[in-house]
Design a protein around this ligand. Structure first.
Ligand code: ADP
Ligand code: MG
Length: 714
């Protein structure tokens, strides 16, 4: 939710609204070595001003402070110094030329190789012929290739004469590695970054108040910007990154504080009393004791609901941790007080499931439940919408259909949103706009450690179910070839149990997805699973058909359900004890974990087979993590590492949240510090009007004012 705009960067503003060629010309004027064309290419990287260059942080750093040991290099990047022994031009064909040079480095010889396209207009090798002469001392950067009769070949990427003073930027030190675009080389980027660091760009005043810098032992902005591009040591680099990450996180925390304050400044015109007229019979009828975590979280929610400002709370809990009962408690508190409550879910199947759960848990209680999904016929829908409008439905379960314009809830006070990651913030806002000040509880089954949750969902209060209900079995997970997985499946079915076979969604084409699920269904039912009762469910089926297939499966009238991930959330068939996930490497970790949460729902031991042929180490690591652990927090954390915060939260919601240098996995402590410091700063100086806070105030305003109405420093 934080604007990606950093300082003066990229987002076109009214003042800098000239076309990019003007920006390019301005840039070309400031920097040596680039003309309008290069400047335009830099524009592609979002670099339009010298300041942008300063804040274009390297994506990596390479240690070139001393030469590579050439005796045992594999086929990798190498850096070394040496003296040219001989050189010659070799013409490979009329268009491609090869230049070679022998070089002595230490006590060995290497063969340097350059390939160049030949041109009629100029001599592509003129510079090489002039500089790569016998006796020349050079630094060379390149890729080591094979060994030719004991002489290592190196494809040269960069070379610098030893007596060239500018070489100090490129070799014999730790060098920055930048993100590039067509026409822009690392070498050019380093030179431009150096120009920026050494004066072409004036850093803005340090936004961190001196006292804070002192207390947290941070580098100054100037030091940090210089060191992040050209660190003298890895220790200095670390200090620079810490300082810049701290600043980034501090600014993020300010945004969250203002956002929270805005919500807390709102006053609800309703309140609840814990009457227990519904809550007590509900609890007593559950047939199980709430876990300690469930009790604690329900209390947190009730405390929140009874505050004068609206609740905005995130409930995170692993698959199977019992979020539904918690959600129902919140809904019932509203109903006890004569209000309406809504439960919004991403899929119709999940709506069905919740409806069934409620019917069971609320049996005999005076609570009127209704369901609103796009599956209803026109007539049914009209009837339900009318009942909701008249306040004749107490709890309404539904999909996006709840958000439609003509759905009016006169007495809606609490909304719970299940599987929140499937919804966008816009939809939450719609719900709030529709019904005024609502208490909002969003639930997610992709839990992450608390510090990370605070950074990612900083405007929400977070509750965590960190305890599983007793007697829950967890599915044993294996990586297995398909044949073995299907054998395992058949063994379970032979015991009278049921099974899922799941295929990934092929994002590009729902149609293709459907075809492949259908084709697989036919392949399996005619082949490996012949003789079993196999049914098919997929996302493109009409809602009614889906519901029917599900009901049949739940009633035990089918042995195997071949499915696309429509079953990811909410299916609860205790007799299903085995799941085969095909092409498991094409699913995200969170999805896989959710999927396998569909088995092991009862007391029966369950097995999940991941069938996959992972193409990358990362894909393999993901699958191995799932085999090794059933802990949703660890999976969430790992997932976050792999996917990064922006994607983790779903672009629909937090596409703007981009941390350029802070790494939430590495900087959790820093985040906690930043949070504390931001709060303290605003406590002692609520409008940041003190002179020493001036630059910070300026920065916050510039960063957030345009998109965040809640920034209140006036
Ligand atoms: P999730 O957090 O994944 O939504 P559910 O709310 O669907 O989990 O709960 C999973 C299962 O555990 C359900 O069958 C539910 O009835 C059961 N359950 C919930 N809380 C408890 C508890 N305290 N003791 C025993 N079973 C429970
Ligand atoms: Mg659930």
């Amino acid at each position: 939710m934080v604007p990606s705009e950093h300082y003066t960067k990229s987002t076109p503003s009214p003042q800098s609204g000239e076309d990019s060629s003007a920006a390019a010309a301005a840039l070309a004027k400031v920097f040596h070595g680039i003309g309008p064309k290069r400047a335009r290419q830099l524009g592609v990287l979002g670099i339009e001003t010298p300041l942008d260059m300063l804040y274009n942080f390297p994506r990596d750093w390479q240690d070139r402070s001393s030469g590579t040991d050439l005796s045992k290099v594999p086929e990798t990047s190498v850096v070394f110094q040496g003296r040219v022994i001989s050189s010659r031009l070799i013409r490979a064909n009329p268009r491609l030329g090869i230049f070679k040079a022998k070089m002595a480095t230490g006590d060995r010889k290497v063969e340097l190789v350059w390939f160049k396209h030949l041109s009629f207009r100029y001599d592509a090798f003129a510079a090489l012929k002039a500089e790569i002469v016998t006796g020349a001392d050079l630094w060379v950067v390149g890729k080591a290739e094979g060994d030719l009769l004991g002489v290592r070949e190196v494809r040269v990427e960069e070379f610098y004469p030893l007596n060239d003073p500018r070489r100090n930027l490129h070799v014999g030190r730790i060098v920055p590695v930048y993100g590039l675009t067509e026409g822009i080389t690392q070498r050019l980027m380093r030179e431009l970054a150096h120009q920026a660091v050494s004066g072409a760009a004036t850093a803005p005043p340090d936004p961190l108040p001196p006292a804070l810098i002192h207390r947290r032992k941070l580098l100054s902005l100037r030091q940090a910007l210089s060191a992040v591009h050209f660190p003298k040591s890895f220790a200095e680099l670390d200090a620079a990154r810490t300082r810049l990450a701290y600043e980034e996180l501090l600014l993020l925390e300010f945004a969250w504080i203002f956002k929270r304050r805005q919500t807390r400044g709102l006053a609800k015109n309703f309140s609840y009393e814990i009457k227990r007229s519904l809550l007590t019979p509900f609890r007593e009828g559950l047939g199980f004791e709430l876990t300690r975590a469930q009790k604690r979280v329900i209390n947190e929610i009730f405390d929140d609901m009874r505050r004068p400002y609206p609740m905005t709370r995130l409930l995170q809990g692993d698959v199977g941790s019992g979020k539904t009962v918690v959600a129902l408690s919140a809904l019932l508190l509203a109903v006890e007080n004569g209000f309406q409550a809504a439960l919004m879910v991403p899929t119709e199947i999940l709506a069905d499931q919740h409806m069934a759960t409620m019917t069971q848990f609320l049996k005999g209680l005076p609570v009127r439940c209704a369901m609103l999904t796009s599956r209803l016929s026109k007539k049914e829908r009209e009837k339900t919408v009318e009942a909701v409008r008249r306040g004749e439905a107490d709890i309404v379960v539904g999909t996006h259909a709840l958000l439609e314009g003509d759905v009016q809830f006169p007495k809606l006070k609490v909304a719970v949103i299940d599987e929140q990651h499937r919804f966008g913030v816009r939809q939450l806002t719609t719900l709030r706009q529709k019904s005024g000040l609502l208490d909002l509880l969003v639930m997610t089954a992709t839990p992450i450690p608390r510090t990370l949750a605070l950074a990612l969902y900083g405007d929400l209060d977070v509750s965590t179910l960190d305890e599983m209900p007793p007697n829950k079995t967890t599915a044993q997970t294996y990586l297995a070839p398909e044949a073995q997985a299907l054998e395992g499946l058949k063994a379970e079915v032979a015991k009278g149990h049921q099974a899922y076979v799941v295929y990934p969604i092929i994002e590009e084409s729902a149609n293709l997805d459907l075809q492949s699920a259908k084709a697989e269904f036919e392949r399996l039912s005619a082949g490996a699973l012949a003789g079993l009762r196999v049914s098919l469910i997929h996302g493109a089926m009409p809602g009614r058909t889906k519901a029917k297939v599900m009901a049949e499966f739940a009633a035990g009238r089918s042995d195997v359900l071949v499915a696309t991930p429509v079953i990811e959330v909410g299916i609860d068939v205790a007799n299903a004890t085995v799941m085969v996930i095909q092409n498991a490497d094409r699913f995200g970790m969170a999805s896989l974990h959710q999927l396998r949460g569909r088995i092991g729902r009862g007391k029966l031991a369950s097995v999940c087979y991941l069938v996959a042929d992972p193409k990358t180490d990362e894909a393999r690591r993901r699958l191995e993590t799932l085999v090794a652990t059933y802990d949703g927090f660890r999976i969430g954390e790992e997932d976050l590492k792999i996917r990064g915060p922006g994607e983790f939260m779903g672009t629909a919601q937090h596409g703007e949240l981009t941390l350029k240098i802070a790494d939430l996995n590495r900087h959790a402590d820093l985040l906690a510090q930043a949070r504390q410091d931001a709060e303290e700063l605003l406590q002692t100086d609520p409008r940041l009007l003190a002179a020493e806070n001036g630059p910070l105030r300026e920065r916050i305003l510039r960063l957030y004012q345009r998109q965040w109405s809640c920034i209140d420093l006036a």
